[in-house]
Ligand binder design. Structure first.
Ligand SMILES: Cc1cc2nc3c(=O)[nH]c(=O)nc-3n(C[C@H](O)[C@H](O)[C@H](O)COP(=O)(O)OP(=O)(O)OC[C@H]3O[C@@H](n4cnc5c(N)ncnc54)[C@H](O)[C@@H]3O)c2cc1C
Length: 427
C-alpha cells in the first residue's frame, strides 16, 4: 500500500521507518530541504519516560502567576484575540486537578516507556552515534519547588520507577561540574534509567536508514490540502518548485507538528493543538571538567541543560501567544542565567547559537495517535514537550494501525476518542 507521511520531523520519520518495516511503499513530504529542521531541531534531547509530565499539574496555575512578572521566568504569556488560545487555556486549566494529572501522566508514560523500548530495540540492530548519555538529574532551587514535585514523585513511587531523592552534595557527585556552580540546589532527584541524545542527529541518521530501505523523501514540497472524497482520503495536494500536484495514496499519516491542526480542520477533524514556543542555546564546551556529563533539569526555571558530545544545550521557556519564530531577549537571558548559575565555566557565552521552536501541545499533554475520523487518514500529532521521548513508540503504533496490526500497547486515552470526536473505531 502506498502511504504518504506528511512532515519529516522526528515523528514523521519514525513513522516512515516502521511503515516501511510493515511492508508499505512510503513517501514522506516535507516543506524544508531536510528532516528535523522545525521543532525536532533544537530541543533539549531528554528521553525521560519516568518523568514525562503533563504541564497541566496541580498547583501549576499558582506557580505560573508567581513567575509571570519575574524577569527570569520559565513562562511568557502574551494574551491575544485568538479564540483558540483561550479555548486551549480553559481546557488546560480543567486538566490541572490531581486526578486528571495522574491519568494524563500515566497515559504519557505508557507511550514514552514503549517508545524507549522501541528505540533500544532499533539501536541494538542499527547502532549509530547521536551523542547519547545516561541518567537525568533534576535540581530544585527551593523547598517550594520540592513541595511542588510531590505529586510527580508519588507517581514515580506508585509505578516503581527507579529514582533517588538526592542531597546537594550527591548532586555534585552525579554531576561533578556542579562543584563550580554559583549556588547550591536545596536537593535533587535522580533518574538513572533516563537518557538523552541529539534528536535532530538521530532523525538525520534515521532518514538515511529509511532511504536505504526504499522510503522516498520529497523535500521543498509544501502540503496545501487533502483530497477527501466520500469520507475517505484519496491523496494530498502539494506545491513545489515544479508546480502543483495531487499525490494519490492508500493511506495518509499527518505528522506536521503544530501545522497539523489547520490541515485537518476543514474535514471536521478538530485537534486541540496549540503552539507553545520554546528556546534553546547550543554552545561549545570549553572546559570538560566544569561541564555537565549528561542531562539535567532546573526544575524551578524549567530549563534543561544537556551534554551532546563536544557541545551543550540549554533549553526551556514556554511562551504562549506568539506563533512567529522571533527570538525574545527575555527568554534567551533566562537560558543563559540558568547555564551561568549551574555551569558558569563550561562554555563561552559568545559561542551560543540560539534557536526557537513550537511545541505541538495538547491541553492534557498526551499525543493523538491513530484514527482521525476520516477513513485512511491517520494522526501522529500533539507530542508537545516530549515528542523525542515518544517518537519511536508513536511511529510504531501508528504504523501498526495503518497496516491493520494490533499495537503492542493499550491506546486508551492516546487517541482522538478522548475528546469524543473521532467517527472511526478507537482502541
Ligand atoms: C525548547 C524545546 C525543548 C524540548 N525538549 C524536549 C526534550 O527534551 N525531550 C523531548 O522528548 N521533546 C522535547 N521537545 C519537544 C519535541 O521537540 C517535539 O515534541 C517534537 O520535535 C515534535 O516533533 P514533530 O515531528 O511532531 O514536529 P516537527 O519537528 O515540527 O516536524 C513537523 C514537520 O512538518 C513539516 N511541515 C509542517 N507543515 C508542512 C506543510 N504544509 N507541508 C510540508 N511539511 C510541513 C515541518 O517543516 C516539520 O519538519 C522540546 C521542544 C522545545 C521547543
Amino acid at each position: 500500500m502506498h502511504t504518504i507521511v506528511l512532515g519529516a520531523g522526528v515523528i514523521g520519520v519514525a513513522t516512515a521507518w516502521y511503515l516501511r518495516e510493515c511492508g508499505c511503499d512510503v513517501t514522506v513530504i516535507e516543506r524544508e530541504p531536510d528532516v528535523a529542521l522545525a521543532t525536532s531541531f533544537g530541543n533539549a534531547g531528554v528521553i525521560a519516560p519516568g518523568y514525562v509530565t503533563p504541564w497541566a499539574a496541580p498547583g501549576m496555575p499558582a506557580k505560573i502567576l508567581k513567575y509571570l512578572f519575574k524577569p527570569a521566568s520559565p513562562l511568557i504569556f502574551r494574551p491575544t484575540f485568538d479564540a483558540a488560545q483561550w479555548r486551549w487555556i480553559a481546557r488546560w486549566l480543567r486538566e490541572c486537578d490531581i486526578e486528571r494529572f495522574r491519568v494524563n501522566k500515566q497515559r504519557m508514560q505508557r507511550i514514552a516507556y514503549y517508545s524507549r523500548e522501541c528505540l533500544h530495540a532499533f539501536r541494538a540492530q542499527h547502532p549509530f552515534d547521536y551523542a547519547r548519555s545516561d541518567g537525568y538529574l533534576q535540581l530544585f532551587r527551593s523547598e517550594y519547588d520540592v513541595e511542588f514535585a510531590q505529586p510527580a514523585l508519588a507517581v514515580l513511587r506508585d509505578a516503581g520507577i527507579a529514582h533517588r531523592e538526592v542531597s546537594a552534595a550527591e548532586c555534585a557527585q552525579i554531576e561533578p561540574g556542579l562543584r563550580w556552580a554559583r549556588q547550591q540546589p536545596v536537593s535533587g532527584l535522580y533518574l538513572p534509567d533516563d537518557e538523552a541524545g541529539d534528536c535532530a542527529r538521530f532523525t538525520r541518521e534515521l532518514r538515511a536508514h529509511c532511504e536505504a530501505h526504499g522510503v522516498r523523501f520529497r523535500f521543498d514540497t509544501r502540503v496545501t490540502g487533502l483530497d477527501v472524497q466520500r469520507g475517505a482520503v484519496r491523496g494530498v495536494y502539494v506545491e513545489s518548485a515544479s508546480g502543483k500536484e495531487t499525490l494519490t495514496a492508500g493511506a495518509v499519516v499527518v505528522a506536521m507538528g503544530v501545522d497539523s491542526a489547520a490541515l485537518l480542520a476543514p474535514f471536521g477533524v478538530k485537534v486541540p493543538l496549540y503552539p507553545v514556543k520554546g528556546y534553546s542555546a547550543t554552545l561549545a564546551v570549553v572546559d570538560d571538567e566544569k561541564a555537565p556529563r549528561a542531562a539535567l533539569m532546573d526544575e524551578s526555571l524549567k530549563t534543561a541543560i544537556t551534554r551532546f558530545g563536544p557541545n551543550l544545550r540549554v533549553a526551556g521557556t514556554a511562551e504562549l501567544g506568539d506563533r512567529r519564530a522571533t527570538l525574545r531577549e527575555q527568554a534567551l537571558q533566562t537560558l543563559m542565567k540558568v547555564l551561568d548559575d549551574w555551569f558558569p565555566h563550561a562554555a563561552a557565552p559568545s559561542s551560543a547559537q540560539f534557536w526557537v521552536g513550537h511545541r505541538p501541545m495538547t491541553p492534557d499533554g498526551a499525543p493523538l495517535l491513530g484514527p482521525s475520523g476520516v477513513d485512511r487518514l491517520w494522526l501522529n500529532v500533539g507530542h508537545g514537550s516530549t515528542g523525542w521521548a515518544m517518537s519511536m513508540g508513536s511511529g510504531r503504533v501508528v504504523a501498526d494501525l495503518v497496516t491493520q496490526r494490533v499495537p503492542e500497547i493499550d491506546l486508551d486515552g492516546l487517541t482522538l476518542a478522548r475528546y469524543g470526536r473521532s467517527r472511526s473505531s478507537q482502541r
